[in-house]
Design a binder for this molecule. Structure first.
Ligand SMILES: Nc1ncnc2c1ncn2[C@@H]1O[C@H](COP(=O)(O)OP(=O)(O)OP(=O)(O)O)[C@@H](O)[C@H]1O
Ligand SMILES: [Mg+2]
Length: 377
């Protein structure tokens, strides 16, 4: 579900952003409130309206700047028992790319998405529909971002971060993306390097080396590039070493057991994959006349370096404090999570409305993603 177009962005490159959204398939989870409230922009969820997200198709803007997919996860055992006596309040219409929320017997709301993935969608299908086009554009030298947003316990970490060690069919977007990248690049001439960070209570930490704490964000005033020089940058040459890094990162990530998810992520995890490709410049042959003799002169053009950045963001889930049962420190975490999600929502909203001002300064999460949003404001 990558952007089909793209936005003119720095050095003639293009920023392609992609937002992923996971929702629970649960009749008693009040999906309506989680869909329409919190930080997810209303404009990101098109209510029975054909307008395109990101940049409206009919306003002359670039289409597909932000694309949104919804994935429903299967009910878990608890939900199956609890929901047994209730009719489904969520109905998916994948062929129409719509999700219908039944408010009561006679009233419902309908939302349109760029992709609708049912609870039967495999990890492979989700990757192909949501992430593969973004990965392909990164290989072409663009910046691309895939984010999973949604209420706690809805399957964001499952969708993005699953390593699939027991069953390869379970592999999530991060693992599949690297597989595709490594298959495409040439290790002699190209380089692939990753940083893996977490943003916890407004502080950035290195998931690959927790000793690197409180990392600062550096923004290049000229190019608008965002970098985190304090974080480890590890060159990847083999898929196995990447999976090993993900495992290491996962072990350092803050998680807690809440009423809604036994393994609830309490930080936002941000994987940055830098792909630098060297494209051989075309040699040209010129004919020159030296001393009355005609010679063929070969000019060697320097290789063109093409850089792309893939950012995969596994957001901590938004939560209703009353439902998650967060208290004490976990409550403070939840407040911080909800705050940065709301800042992110405002930025997505601004992008979706093609607004000239994207308020990236409101949180570290949005500052970190600044060059993924495109534009310089
Ligand atoms: N598509 C799916 N198929 C089967 N199980 C799933 C699926 N999606 C999620 N799950 C299971 O649901 C539970 C919650 O998923 P996960 O931890 O990914 O949620 P989350 O959205 O990351 O939550 P949080 O915001 O609290 O971190 C996990 O046990 C996970 O294995
Ligand atoms: Mg999670």
């Amino acid at each position: 579900m990558a952007a089909s177009g793209g936005t003119s962005y720095r050095n003639g490159a293009t920023s392609r952003n992609s937002l992923k959204l996971d929702k629970p398939f649960s009749a008693n989870s009040n999906p309506k409130s989680s869909l329409k409230s919190k930080s997810l922009p209303n404009s990101a969820l098109r209510r029975s309206s054909p307008a395109s997200l990101g940049a409206a198709k009919d306003d002359g803007a670039v289409p597909g700047r932000v694309r949104v997919a919804v994935r429903l996860r299967p009910r878990n055992t608890e939900e199956l028992i609890a929901d047994a006596d209730f009719a489904d309040c969520v109905e998916l219409q994948p062929e129409l790319k719509r999700l219908k929320l039944r408010k009561n017997n006679w009233d419902s709301d309908t939302y349109e998405f760029d992709e609708v993935l049912t609870e039967f969608a495999s990890q492979k299908r989700v990757y192909e529909v949501v992430a593969k086009p973004v990965v392909e554009s990164v290989l072409d030298g663009y910046n691309g971002t895939i984010m999973a947003y949604g209420q706690t316990g809805t399957g964001k970490t499952y969708t993005l971060g699953r390593l699939g060690e027991e069953d390869t069919a379970d592999r999530g977007i991060m693992v599949r993306a690297m597989e595709d990248i490594l298959a495409e690049v040439s290790l002699e001439t190209d380089s692939v390097s990753v940083s893996y960070l977490q943003l916890y209570m407004e502080s950035i930490q290195d998931l690959l080396d927790p000793a690197n704490d409180n990392i600062s964000i550096v923004e290049d005033p000229k190019t608008g590039d965002v970098s985190v020089p304090g974080a480890s940058l590890v060159e990847i040459r083999h898929q196995e070493s990447f999976v090993e890094l993900l495992r290491l990162g996962e072990a350092h990530r803050f998680a807690a057991n809440t009423k809604l998810n036994t393994e609830s992520s309490r930080s936002h995890a941000i994987l940055m994959v830098h792909v630098k490709r060297s494209l051989k410049g075309k040699d040209s042959t010129l004919s020159s006349d030296i001393g009355g003799n005609s010679h063929l002169v070969k000019t060697l053009k320097p290789p063109i370096v093409r850089k792309g950045k893939l950012v995969v963001v596994d957001l901590a889930g938004s939560e209703r404090i009353d439902k998650s049962g967060s208290e004490g420190h976990t409550l403070e975490e939840a407040k911080s999570i909800n705050l940065s999600l709301s800042a992110l929502g405002k930025c997505i909203n601004a992008l979706a409305e093609n607004s000239a001002h994207v308020p990236v300064r409101d949180s570290k999460l949005t500052r970190l993603l600044r060059d993924s949003f495109g534009g310089k404001t």
